[in-house]
Design a protein around this ligand. Structure first.
Ligand code: HEM
Length: 152
């Protein structure tokens, strides 16, 4: 997968106005559908609560998780159609490059996805997130996590 595909900020245009329906049913961005940045903040908080207890993943992250939380939450908000705060603060995502210092094999990928899946699941239950939105998020996480694998 290309850098842009994995870490792309290319989803500014991800504003689906279904042409099949004459444009009368704007769906909007995922960012809007989930209610904005607060959703991603909450998702990431729940995700890192799990990472913090994971003996495989925890050592990869710095002691203080404040920075990683902020970066991931802002990245996701930007990716799904929110403001570009992530890139304003961090520059181009270049996710594969930023993950290169960490040894990420299939076990790490699977653990990451398991925690993100559980975090998302808890929000789906609490907030009644639309299944289509949930499926898009899960697809994206699966695809991107595959792209981060840099070791076997
Ligand atoms: C496949 C397993 C993955 C592992 C083991 C992993 C691990 C890490 C680690 C250790 C960091 C550094 C934290 C820090 O020092 O700030 C990081 C940063 C980050 N990760 Fe991952 N990650 C994985 C997958 C993903 C995926 C799938 C995404 C996106 C959907 C993602 C998005 C990010 C972002 C946005 C950052 C912050 C980049 C920055 O410095 O601005 N990661 N990740």
């Amino acid at each position: 997968m290309s850098e842009a595909g994995a870490g792309g900020v290319a989803h500014r245009g991800d504003d689906e106005r279904s042409p099949e329906h004459g444009g009368d049913a704007p769906i909007g961005t995922v960012y809007e559908a989930v209610g904005g940045q607060a959703f991603f903040d909450d998702l990431v908080e729940r995700f890192y609560r799990r990472v913090a207890m994971d003996p495989l993943l925890r050592p990869l992250y710095p002691d203080d998780l404040t920075g990683p939380k902020r970066h991931l939450a802002l990245f996701l908000g930007q990716y799904w159609g929110g403001p570009t705060t992530y890139s304003d603060e961090r520059g181009h995502p270049r996710l594969r490059m930023r993950h290169a210092p960490f040894v990420i094999g299939e076990p790490e990928r699977d653990a990451w996805l398991r925690h993100m899946g559980a975090a998302l699941d808890s929000l789906v239950v609490e907030r009644g997130l639309h299944p289509v939105v949930e499926a898009r998020l899960l697809d994206y996480f699966g695809m991107t996590a595959d792209a981060m694998v840099n070791a076997r």
